[in-house]
Write a protein that binds this ligand. Structure first.
Ligand code: ATP
Ligand code: MG
Length: 434
């Protein structure tokens, strides 16, 4: 721990893309836990948990794995250099091929170091000899890709509790669901008596296209006769299959429609967004129609949209089961209506079409965009119905309520960060109420 204590984390942490404390006044960053991970060959490697403290409010906790070198190594990117301590130099180990492979090896062999457990899923083989590289994706964690076979996602900001991404990927993977990137392993620890998820390894879908890129590319069928409908249908089937897997493995419950929760969110958003106020009474009226009803809830994705699905040669994969970012873990793991996921996906079709419009589509294109969205929605719901046995559109009020809830969230977000985009959710709200 001695050298770890001397590393200049207070300098290094705020420069990382995944640092989440930018709006707060940082007073210092200190290592609280250091787990030696090196091997008999003297690979200098420490897993470090940091506590970032702020002038006000609670601390944030972060994970960094430190690779120690005696001499500077030019091959690492500048961002990987933490700094000198005790006559050595500390680097972010994920950029070091030998260290990254060693981490995968610890998982492959199911190893415990102190309180930290590296575990492979039963019966899997990990590509421990593959060449590792850090993913270039804009993300809030850091992923290392091994060849074309596996992806190690190292969580950066860590929070106490069960991580839903590992939990649901494990359940679906063990049940043999074909629409998730199979979980291969995980790293978990305990800190101050509470569990913390540190990393997960999934099968890497090497030639996958992100759903968002695919949909935006396929909006060309606004102009010609290309067809996203077939893809949207298969996507609906995949989402229904994931929902069925989750309900079979983790169960369902019947609860009253959560009118109070949705109304509260509506009131908060209407306080912040003037344009929303004219719609409050009609939205409330719709929620009231549902108020007495029992609805079925289960574990769901919780933040489903076109950016959370990958199209591979074999079909669609649903990824990133973390739930709605910014919410506490307990809330993200709470059972919810599967219609929430359906609504999230339908809303993102609308955004895909608007992206095409924003890129300078000609006159008459607003109608073409609407028609494209409708075709994608119809195909998605039909695909969903084919697997689930019920069409989400049959519960029209419920679907509208969750679409409104999502559009209200979008309106609050757009009003704050991208006012030019506010008309997208506002248009949707008007349509849903008409
Ligand atoms: P975010 O901050 O956006 O939530 P994250 O750190 O939680 O990101 P993911 O969303 O899981 O990370 O993954 C980031 C990106 O990596 C995805 O958008 C996708 O393009 C790619 N990706 C994730 N999992 C896989 C996989 N199994 N196979 C191929 N690519 C993947
Ligand atoms: Mg994520």
């Amino acid at each position: 721990m001695a050298d770890v204590m001397d590393l200049p984390f207070t300098d290094w942490l705020p420069r990382q893309r995944w640092y989440a404390g930018r709006t707060r006044q940082l007073t210092g960053v200190a290592p609280r836990v250091a787990v030696p991970l090196g091997d008999q060959d003297g690979l200098g490697l420490d897993l470090v948990l940091l506590e970032a403290n702020f002038a006000q409010g609670p601390p944030e906790r972060y994970q960094v794995i430190v690779r120690w070198r005696d001499q500077p190594v030019d091959a690492y990117p500048a961002i990987a250099t933490i700094g000198p301590a005790g006559g050595r130099i500390g680097y972010d180990a994920l950029y070091d091929a030998e260290a990254a492979r060693h981490l995968l090896e610890l998982i492959a062999t199911t190893t415990t170091r102190g309180e930290t457990v590296f575990a492979a899923e039963p019966g899997v083989t990990l590509p421990v000899d593959a060449q590792p590289r850090v993913s270039g994706a804009e993300q809030s964690n850091t992923s290392v890709i091994f060849g074309r076979a596996a992806m190690l996602k190292v969580f950066r900001r860590v929070t106490a509790g069960i991580n839903p991404d590992i939990e649901l990927n494990r359940v679906l993977g063990r049940a043999g669901n074909r629409h998730v990137a199979r979980l291969l392993g995980s790293v978990e620890t305990s800190w101050d008596g509470e569990p913390f998820a540190l990393a997960m390894v999934n099968e890497f879908a090497a030639d996958a296209t992100e759903g968002w890129d695919m949909a935006v590319a396929e909006t060309r069928d606004l102009r010609a006769d290309g067809d996203f409908s077939a893809e949207a249908r298969r996507l609906g089937e995949a989402v229904a299959s994931v929902h069925a897997g989750l309900s079979q493995q983790l169960g369902t419950q019947s609860v009253p429609f959560p009118m109070a929760v949705l109304s509260e969110r509506l009131a908060a958003a209407a306080d912040a967004v003037d344009q929303l106020r004219q719609h409050v009474s009609s939205i409330e009226a719709l929620y009231r129609r549902l108020a007495g009803q029992q609805i079925t809830v289960q574990r769901v994705h919780g933040d489903l949209h076109l950016g959370q699905v990958l199209r591979t040669a074999q079909g669609w994969l649903v990824i990133d089961f973390e739930g709605e970012p910014g919410q506490p873990l307990d809330e993200r793991r709470r059972p919810d209506s599967p219609v929430r996921d359906v609504a999230g996906m339908l809303r993102s079709f609308d955004y895909a079409a608007h992206k095409w419009l924003a890129e300078g589509a000609g006159s008459g294109s607003v109608d073409a965009a609407r028609a494209w969205v409708r075709r994608a929605e119809d195909a998605f719901c039909a695909g969903y119905a084919a697997v689930a046995g019920a069409d989400p559109r049959d519960a029209a009020d419920l679907l509208a309520a969750y679409e409104l809830d999502k559009a209200i969230y979008e309106a609050a977000y757009e009003a704050r960060y991208r006012p030019d985009w506010l008309p997208i959710p506002m248009g949707a709200i008007s349509r849903l109420l008409s």
